[in-house]
Ligand binder design. Structure first.
Ligand code: FAD
Length: 371
């Protein structure tokens, strides 16, 4: 079937692209899930507009981050950060969203045609092959996430990914205005663990995990975090598992080019992510919105290449800085000899890291880390 635009994958980037795409165009949104965004494979935190404005100084359309109340299950005010030896309290506000509901509502309200429960099998010679038939879009927005079938078929998929596992838990006894993050080789090898309160005793409790840092399974690492970790057990003593999810998240640099012929990549599919925290929702919101904007202009005579200029203008700098922080983080985590150096970080250093800035101490440490 020939259509103007296919949005392949309706997660965050796909939903925001659909919202932006003109009603004049014949658009089809495709997703393998019957119920968009469900199950939720995400901690569901989005920095508030105020935080986004300091995190990304040249923030594209700040109003995107005026998250409507109807999508919010909680709003937190601070982050508790535990490095194994030292603890920090950092003022930083997050919306904790109902991510599945947010994606569903935005996609439905876009008014475009949605083909749910439809699996993309491949992309070849301009044809998107699905289990329910083929599409020949004039433009294809690839927003099919970290395991992008389309990126694989175009030979572009080579980014590093991290595994993650998360429980939705009830009866969690923590301060519901605080997001908790725990660092350490035993707690979350090569990544970090989190407790994200959703309100009313519910919380997303999870771990990131990278095989190169451990011989264990991600399941075992999460079980240990929930049941044995001395720093988190006080909050989880009476907690019960409501549901479990496993997922992957890119932790690499973004694609050098996100436009390939008539295909535009947005979000995780192009490894557009704040890689030192695994924060991809705000980046996917911006990328999806920009993709929709550029495609609208394309049908009025513009060029798709404009997308590469725009996402780089707004996102490349923070994503590159974040990647450099993540690389330094990795070097610290890998070397027993220097891993203790994390504890010389001050609260101010951590605040900078949270705002995607490299603190002076880390800059000075680079030569040592390279050794
Ligand atoms: C455990 C975990 C916790 C996280 N927590 C946070 C957080 O708290 N805050 C934050 O900012 N980021 C977080 N992230 C990262 C964030 O979830 C992603 O960066 C973001 O969702 C990327 O959005 P996306 O639209 O690019 O991809 P996705 O949201 O993954 O959407 C991709 C869509 O494509 C569909 N799809 C994929 N393949 C096919 C196919 N073959 N056929 C049809 N449909 C397909 C999927 O069903 C999905 O709907 C977390 C990630 C993980 C794994």
């Amino acid at each position: 079937m020939i259509v103007d635009v296919v949005v392949a994958g309706i997660g965050i980037a796909g939903a925001f692209a659909l919202r932006k795409l003109s009603k004049e165009l014949e658009v089809v949104g495709i997703d393998k899930r019957e119920k968009l965004g469900f199950p939720v494979k995400c901690g569901e935190i989005i920095p508030t507009r105020k935080e986004m404005e300091s995190l990304i100084p040249n923030l594209y359309d700040p109003s995107l981050f005026d998250i409507p109340k109807r999508f919010e299950s909680n709003r937190t005010k601070r982050v508790y950060f535990h490095t194994g030896k030292k603890e920090y309290w950092i003022d930083f506000e997050f919306h904790v969203v109902r991510r599945d509901e947010m994606i569903q509502r935005i996609a439905l309200e876009s008014g475009h045609r949605l083909e749910l429960g439809t699996v993309i099998r491949g992309f070849k010679d301009g044809k998107l092959i699905t289990d329910k038939g083929d599409y020949e879009p004039k433009v294809l927005i690839s927003s099919d996430g970290a395991n992008s079938r389309i990126a694989k078929d175009l030979g572009l998929w080579s980014y590093e990914i991290s595994s993650a596992k998360q429980y939705l838990m009830k009866n969690v006894e923590c301060d519901e205005k605080t997001v908790y993050m725990f660092l350490g080789k035993e707690i979350a090898p090569g990544a970090y663990a989190w407790i994200i309160p959703k309100g009313n005793g519910y919380a997303n409790v999870g771990v990131g995990f990278r095989k190169e840092f451990s011989n264990e399974s991600v399941h075992r690492v999460l079980e240990r975090f929930v049941k044995e970790c001395p720093y988190s057990s006080q909050y989880l003593k009476r907690a019960e598992i409501v549901s479990k999810v496993g997922a992957v998240v890119p932790i690499d640099r973004p694609f050098g080019k996100a436009v390939h012929g008539n295909v535009i990549f947005a979000g995780d599919s192009a490894s557009m992510i704040i890689s030192h925290t695994g924060g991809g929702i705000p980046i996917s919101m911006i990328a999806g919105d920009l993709a929709g904007e550029v495609v609208n202009k394309f049908f009025e005579g513009g060029s798709l290449e404009e997308y590469d200029l725009l996402w780089k203008k707004y996102l490349l700098r923070p994503l590159t800085t974040s990647y450099r922080i993540k690389k330094a983080w990795d070097l610290l985590a890998k070397s027993e000899r220097i891993s203790g150096l994390i504890n010389i970080a001050s609260k101010k250093d951590l605040e900078k890291i949270f705002h995607c800035q490299i603190p002076l101490k880390l800059k000075l440490l680079y030569p040592l880390l390279r050794l």
